[in-house]
Design a protein around this ligand. Structure first.
Ligand code: HEC
Length: 286
């Protein structure tokens, strides 16, 4: 993502204190998506090194250029689909970092003080740490075979009312379970937003009652994690529905390690079954 990224912590939205490494949320990405994010990251480090070196030499002209290249222009070239598979809080933290670099570039021309720019840089680099403490990337399971993907898509059409091509599915593993989001690609697509919200609130209510028959209809009864989730007693697995401006989300939380592991397995299985859609940028869920 060079383009994507840097945002300020709406991490609170994911209700994690996100400091300890083992508390990091796992972003499930396809191999090309992961490669893209990491390439942007290396670009950030390279650009930061060049900026630091220019400031150390009191070269404000070069510093402004390097800062500019790390600004929103870098984010602007981001592939649209990546923005759809990364959590909004992650995107916002990335964007706010890019904005810091734009502000730094502008201030070299008005404040004209390398020391001042260095302090701005130090403050901006905190956002690298905030994000690194909060997230890690993991590769979604190898895609299932083509026949299985077709089968899953066909069965999904009967169970899920919204259009796979017009929506994105984002699965985020958390230390307490996970967050499943379905959002529209075009934010003006109110018809699909309504379908997403109706469907997710329905299945969230079913899941709360231990009824996982909808995903079983699409993916089969042997889906990893599903058997364990079905054994959850009331209150052991909390399933919370939440409306989003561009869709909806379901948050799964549990204090029981085996249920947390089951949610993670179940998320990975859904991603694998929908790899083709995920790759195209619209992974869908169950
Ligand atoms: C919005 C989140 C976010 C921000 C902000 C961010 N990073 Fe990253 N960065 C990541 C994630 C996620 C990884 C992958 C970590 C993992 O999977 O363990 C990563 C990995 C990296 C890597 C390893 C790349 C590789 O090829 O393995 C470098 C280097 C890096 N970041 C540098 C930076 C620098 C420098 C900054 C700030 C100028 C920064 N990052 C800001 C999210 C972020």
């Amino acid at each position: 993502m060079h383009k994507t990224v840097l945002l300020t912590a709406i991490l609170a939205a994911y209700s994690l204190s996100a400091t300890a490494q083992e508390q990091r949320q796992t972003l499930l990405l396809s191999p090309p998506q992961r490669a893209h994010v990491l390439a942007e990251m290396r670009g950030l480090l390279t650009g930061t090194q060049q900026l630091l070196s220019a400031l150390a030499q009191d070269d404000l002209t070069a510093a402004a250029q390097h800062a500019q290249s790390l600004g929103m222009g870098m984010a602007g070239s981001a592939e649209h689909h990546l923005a759809q598979v990364l959590p909004p809080a992650f995107m916002q933290l990335g964007m706010s970092l890019h904005q810091d670099f734009d502000a730094l570039a502008a201030d070299t021309k008005t404040v004209k003080d390398p020391k001042y720019s260095l302090r701005q840089l130090a403050a901006a680099l905190n956002k690298c740490n905030v994000c690194h403490d909060a997230y890690q990337i993991s590769i979604a399971d190898a895609p299932a075979d083509e026949a299985r993907l077709d089968e899953v898509a066909a069965r999904g059409r009967h169970v899920m009312p919204f259009a796979l091509e017009q929506t994105r599915h984002i699965f985020t593993k958390t230390p307490q379970g996970g967050i499943q989001q379905v959002i529209v690609i075009d934010k003006a697509n109110t018809a699909q937003i309504a379908l997403i919200q109706t469907h997710l609130s329905k299945i969230a209510a079913e899941f709360s009652r231990g009824d996982f028959s909808d995903p079983a209809k699409i993916h089969g009864d042997t889906m990893p994690g599903l058997a364990t989730l079905r054994t959850a007693k009331p209150l052991q697995l909390k399933v919370a529905y939440q409306t989003l401006a561009d869709g909806a989300q379901i948050t799964y939380t549990s204090d029981h390690a085996e249920l947390v592991a089951a949610v993670h397995q179940w998320f990975a299985a859904q991603l694998s079954d929908h790899a083709r859609h995920a790759q195209a940028g619209h992974a869908h869920h169950h």
